[in-house]
Write a protein that binds this ligand. Structure first.
Ligand code: MN
Length: 308
């Protein structure tokens, strides 16, 4: 483990290992300090269990690189959301002693991080989807279960085990389901019959991708959500024609504007407490995907600043 300098480690989280990255949006120093930032970006370049395409460990770096080219002015919101201040933490280097050890380490880190973060909005950058159980369970614990987990995804990820581990990315929502059945999933178009039965048994809200062609799908999503919401956004929610650079692409996904409409509604109508964006697997010739992921995060920051 590499020791951190004082300035790179404002949290006292020195038992974790980190690597340096540049700042999301390439902001000037007065907008990136921990003390003044309203948003915290945590790069988690973790990848151990991807199914098909690998490379999600390069996701955070590609998102931060692409974010340097985003215009700070948002014409839809008619404001400059970057002024909220964004502190990008050093990238987290999780244990390589197997997926369970890594995710347990991340859960402990999130518990500590949310403690010191206070009102700051923490956005985790994956990495593979298995990381999302850490912030989700940290928020469930913190709010005594009073939080809905909103999942944008092609896959339900409700398998008990996959490839001999419960900590596979295909099992992430099953691990969350051990702590809450307050889960709303949007964009789903790949699941097993066992997962379908579990959704019925546990009465989970799912807006399947084919149902997003109906006018009321955002209302259905909102109806399933309580007041507090944590968002986990797997980029394979998007149609691979628009967003090809991901670990497990599925046809028939949501559009950019589907995501914008759903996100602006949830930030407007609910209290969003935190988010993660996972499963970007950067590939040569598909650089637009990293730009889309970076812009997606900036739009979330914009909707957040408008809602507060
Ligand atoms: Mn997925």
């Amino acid at each position: 483990m590499r020791p951190l300098s004082e300035s790179k480690n404002p949290l006292g989280l020195s038992t974790h290992s980190w690597a340096n990255v540049s700042n999301f949006l390439d902001l000037p120093p007065e907008l990136t300090s921990w003390d003044d930032a309203g948003v915290v970006v945590l790069p988690i370049p973790y990848e151990a269990t991807t199914s098909w395409g690998t490379g999600t460990r390069f996701g955070p770096g590609a998102i931060i690189e692409a974010s340097k080219y985003i215009e700070w002015y948002d014409e839809e919101l008619d404001r400059e959301p970057h002024e909220v201040g964004v502190c990008t933490l050093p990238a987290l280097d999780l244990s390589m002693a197997g997926p369970e050890a890594a995710i347990r380490e991340l859960r402990a880190l999130y518990r500590d991080l949310l403690e010191v973060a206070g009102d700051r909005f923490v956005i985790g950058l994956g990495g593979e989807h298995s990381i999302s159980s850490a912030p989700a369970t940290a928020w469930i614990e913190r709010l005594g279960g009073d939080v809905s987990i909103l999942q944008f995804d092609a896959h339900t990820d409700l398998r008990q085990t996959y490839h001999d581990t419960e900590w596979n990315h295909a099992c992430v929502m099953r691990r969350v389901l051990e702590h809450t059945s307050n889960i709303v999933s949007v964009g789903i178009r790949a699941l097993t019959i066992e997962e379908r039965n579990l959704i019925r048994e546990r009465d989970l809200t799912v807006v399947f991708a084919h149902e997003m062609r109906r006018a009321d799908w955002i209302d259905r999503m909102l109806e399933g959500l309580g007041e507090n919401v944590y968002i986990t956004f797997d980029v394979d929610f998007f149609d691979p024609g628009f967003f090809p650079a991901t670990g497990t692409p599925e046809p028939g996904g949501g559009s950019w504007w589907d995501a914008m409409d759903a996100l602006s509604a949830v930030f407007r109508e609910r209290n969003v407490v935190g988010a993660d964006v996972v499963e970007l697997a950067p590939r040569q010739g598909q650089e637009a995907s990293a730009f889309a992921a970076a812009k997606l995060i900036y739009k979330m920051i914009g909707f957040l600043t408008e809602s507060r």
